[in-house]
Design a protein around this ligand. Structure first.
Ligand SMILES: O=C(O)CCC(=O)C(=O)O
Ligand SMILES: [Fe+2]
Length: 280
């Protein structure tokens, strides 16, 4: 891998970050992601119950008693053709709930603050992905978000609402694999994402994440998903976070991102104007 342009973590953080933060930072830098228990389990369960209730209402059913089981078995009730309309209706609903973005942040607040910062911008719309067994219509071929308009300073909080594993989950390339592949990109010429996937498939990890845990990953690393060949439906949400004053790419503050935790001194600094006599 190319040498890092960022200051050395051990040298700059010694004695400043907690040992637990240093350990999480090292893990994220090494693997490109961390998986943690939800920091606020009630918030996670509230989102899951809301997802199940909204979906049941859409299908004309009563609220399910076991949300996880209901979500896992969506494919028993919905055809591949009907799925996209359902997904759009549910996304519309979740993004109309004022409580949901704060709850989503709460499930990983400690991890986000440790790895990204405590003055944050959050994506305004949370995305929902529903992947029924053998459905090939909603796949995300291997990509890095930074290739298409995201800033290199963003990470993705990816939250499963059912247990995910193997093809019911997503894959990500380790930083070393990613660096090797990018160095060889010229050789790929105009090959498709599928060719790229075949080339690196042996080195990719499908993440195993039981419900109750959350994933924060570095979207500069190649990642994506495949046809879900497991027997249950996948339900996940994803949302981008960045340090509010870090550089933006195409996805701008105020449009795509919204500040959520600006601190007093930053607000003051943003509003500050020098008296005119100092500007002459
Ligand atoms: O959910 C997936 O399988 C991929 C998600 C993704 O590409 C993203 O959140 O940036
Ligand atoms: Fe992505």
């Amino acid at each position: 891998m190319a040498p890092s342009r960022a200051p050395d973590i051990a040298a700059t953080s010694a004695g400043f970050l907690d040992p637990a933060e240093v350990a999480m930072t090292a893990q994220f830098l090494k693997q490109g992601y961390v998986i943690q228990p939800a920091a606020d389990r009630l918030a996670l369960d509230r989102i899951r119950d809301h997802l199940a209730a909204t979906t049941a209402r859409y299908l004309g059913e009563s609220v399910p008693s076991d949300s996880g089981d209901f979500l896992n078995r969506l494919h028993e009730k919905v055809s591949g053709e009907a799925l996209n309309d359902l997904r759009l209706a549910v996304i519309q609903d979740i993004n109309a709930q004022a409580w949901l973005r704060p709850a989503y942040f709460a499930v990983a607040r400690n991890t986000i603050e440790t790895l990204i910062g405590n003055e944050l911008a959050m994506q305004r719309r949370i995305n929902l992905s529903i992947q029924m067994p053998h459905d090939d219509k909603s796949l995300l071929p291997v990509h890095a978000d930074v290739w298409s308009g995201d800033s290199a300073f963003e990470a993705v909080l990816w939250v499963p609402f059912v247990d995910v594993f193997a093809t019911k989950s997503m894959f990500i390339a380790a930083p070393e694999t990613n660096a090797e592949m990018q160095a060889r990109f010229k050789a790929f010429g105009d090959q498709s994402a599928e060719d790229l996937y075949r080339d690196i498939a042996g080195q990719l990890t499908f993440l195993d994440i039981p419900y109750g845990h959350v994933l924060l990953f570095n979207q500069n690393l190649m990642h994506g998903n495949r046809v879900n060949t497991e027997s249950e439906t996948r339900w996940t949400m994803n949302c981008r976070f960045k340090s509010v004053l870090s550089p933006y790419a195409d996805k701008k503050l105020g449009e795509f991102f919204e500040p959520i935790t600006l601190r007093a001194m930053t607000r003051i600094g943003m509003d500050h104007e020098l008296p005119t006599r100092f500007e002459e």
